[in-house]
Ligand binder design. Structure first.
Ligand code: ATP
Length: 264
């Protein structure tokens, strides 16, 4: 359903963040994008929905090349792609319900959403989603009263109420403690399965990726250097992705995590 063809991004500074990336994501597949800082993970996620403009190559979402679309058509195409951010990007002074409903902006138009007149069907769906993520009782709370994990659940609902086919997820657990991180990854992957959604999850925590996601893509210096199942991610492969120095810390994290899980 998504195909990247020779996707390249060179920033004005001359940084070549993506070097002719080819990648195919079938319908309903969830994959994790791993790699060291600066490998190009965020750039890749953002080039897909053109928050960052690709320099060359194609982003084909269900037979449409998104790089060729004008502003109106791009806005419509973006409805198909829900985005979940590291920093949640909630509007602090709005309620949980209003934040979730803001995910319908691409459908209901600016004024209707500004006046907070959403169709009843959208409100019903927002309640259903909040119930699914365990936040029904928080619907009227202001966003700034929530914990990090609760905020991310609202972020997930806001992306899903768009009714997307693809989720683009950028470091969803970076600001969360280990236990909450696992809960959020479990929730995202379960929801994808329930809804037949494809997802690309940029995640720096290899252990979490291995625990929850069936396909892992490793980026290094803007190139794909690994693409396979979690079990194929051997010490050699991790060294290839991360370099000699820092993957050992990653392996330790996996072992620590298993111990924690076992102790619980
Ligand atoms: N707005 C920008 N302008 C110029 N260069 C940028 C910009 N954003 C990213 N880069 C560069 O592009 C490369 C890839 O960055 P990117 O943020 O995509 O990597 P990443 O793998 O997501 O890293 P991290 O895990 O640290 O977020 C880096 O060399 C970075 O310095």
């Amino acid at each position: 359903m998504l195909r990247l063809q020779k996707l390249t991004k060179t920033y004005k500074t001359g940084d070549q963040a993506l070097k002719a990336i080819d990648l195919e994501v079938p319908k309903g597949q969830v994959l994790a994008l791993i790699g060291p800082s600066g490998a190009g993970k965020s750039t890749m996620i953002r080039c897909i929905n053109r928050l960052v403009e690709p320099t060359s190559g194609a982003v084909i979402l269900e037979n449409t090349d998104l790089t060729k679309l004008g502003p109106g058509a791009l806005r419509r195409a973006r409805r198909e792609m829900g985005m979940i951010f590291q920093e949640y990007a909630l509007v602090e002074r709005l309620t949980v319900m209003e934040n979730v409903l803001s995910g319908r902006l691409g459908y209901v138009g600016f004024w209707r959403s500004f006046l907070r007149r959403y169709p009843q069907a959208d409100v019903d769906e927002a309640f259903r989603l909040l119930d699914r993520v365990g936040l029904l009782h928080m619907a009227d709370k202001r966003a700034d009263e929530l914990s990090g994990g609760q905020r991310q659940r609202v972020g997930i609902c806001r992306a899903l109420i768009q009714n997307p086919k693809l989720l683009l997820v950028d470091e969803p657990t970076a600001s969360l403690d280990p236990k909450t991180s696992r809960q959020i990854m479990r929730l995202i992957t379960e929801l994808c399965r329930e809804r037949g959604l494809a997802a690309i999850i940029n995640i720096h925590d290899v252990a979490l990726a291995q625990m929850f996601v069936p396909r892992i893509v490793g980026l290094r210096f803007g190139e794909i250097v690994f693409d396979g199942v979690p079990a194929a991610l051997t010490a050699e492969k991790l060294t290839e992705i991360y370099g000699e120095e820092d993957w050992e810390a990653t392996i330790e994290a996996v072992e620590d995590d298993e111990e924690v899980e076992a102790a619980q």
